[in-house]
Design a protein around this ligand. Structure first.
Ligand SMILES: [Zn+2]
Length: 281
């Protein structure tokens, strides 16, 4: 009789606990990054995002009149900064590209020079994504040069997804560089606030399904509408416990394949170095 009571009480408590655990912890790991492209100029939306307290990732086009200043302001506002590297598209006007863009006619040396100059021009950058670039992202020679510099400088790479034949994921994996690919654009040049809101709700759905998602929006002609659309939909993310994080939190890496890299240094600290077995190679 008494045993039955104990078992029943134990089961009740266990049931009660499992009822609470899912709502408290289950969705904690669903995360989205919202990258806002085309910073660097005096355009709509820039100030809103710099002041807005939304943890977006700020992608700054190098060599524009306010590139360096806006990168510093974004960093000071606690936002993650990346370089929005202009790259030649298959179609479109050359004037959309901005200064010192990566074009397919450039020599290896000139590409290196332009990427290094962009890193100098956009302080605090943690990564690189492409502005346009449908032609360049399919070019293994050029992407390899850009990724070599990214690796040297410890920068991650985001494939903005302007071409389905991009070699960025393949080369990033091969060269062991943290990378991610855009899941959804939340606006285009003439987007209304309603359109941004609709895309944000799709972003939320992707995050619920895949556990993580990366969106790209823009400052520019309708940058203020992009900001308002994001701001209006934020409560639904809070309600669903989907967290907005910097893009660096959502990268694919090869680190998991090499756990030795992680535990060894810590063990080394704890152990007497003289008695610790020497590495096998
Ligand atoms: Zn862009």
């Amino acid at each position: 009789m008494q045993l039955r009571f104990v078992v029943r009480t134990f089961l009740s408590i266990a049931l009660l606990l499992t009822a609470f655990i899912p709502t408290s912890f289950a969705n904690e790991n669903e995360q989205v990054a919202i990258i806002i492209d085309d910073f660097g100029g005096d355009v709509r939306g820039v100030q809103s995002f710099l002041d807005g307290n939304i943890p977006v990732t700020v992608a700054v086009m190098p060599f524009m009149e306010q590139s360096t200043e806006q990168a510093k302001l974004a960093h000071n506002a606690g936002l993650e900064v990346i370089i929005h590297m202009p790259m030649e598209p298959k179609k479109g006007k050359a004037s959309w590209l901005g200064p010192n863009a990566i074009t397919s006619d450039l020599s290896d040396k000139e590409i290196q020079k332009r990427v290094l100059a962009a890193i100098e021009n956009v302080p605090f950058a943690k990564g690189i994504n492409n502005h346009m670039g449908s032609k360049i992202v399919e070019d293994e020679r050029i992407i390899r040069i850009i990724l070599e510099i990214a690796k040297q400088k410890g920068l991650y790479i985001i494939d903005s997804g302007t071409s389905s034949s991009s070699v960025i994921p393949k080369l990033a994996k091969e060269m062991d560089i943290p990378y991610a690919t855009r899941d959804i654009f939340i606006d285009d040049t003439h987007s209304s606030k309603a359109h941004v809101m609709k895309q944000m709700s799709s972003l939320l759905k992707i995050a619920k399904t895949n556990k993580k998602a990366i969106a790209i929006g823009h400052v520019g002609i309708n940058g203020h509408k992009t900001f308002e659309g994001i701001l209006t939909t934020l409560p639904s993310f809070t309600k669903e416990r989907v967290k907005i994080v910097p893009a660096s939190h959502l990268l694919e890496t090869n680190i998991e394949k090499d756990p030795m890299h992680f535990w060894q240094p810590k063990e080394m600290e704890d152990e007497d170095e003289n008695t610790y077995p020497a590495p096998s190679k």
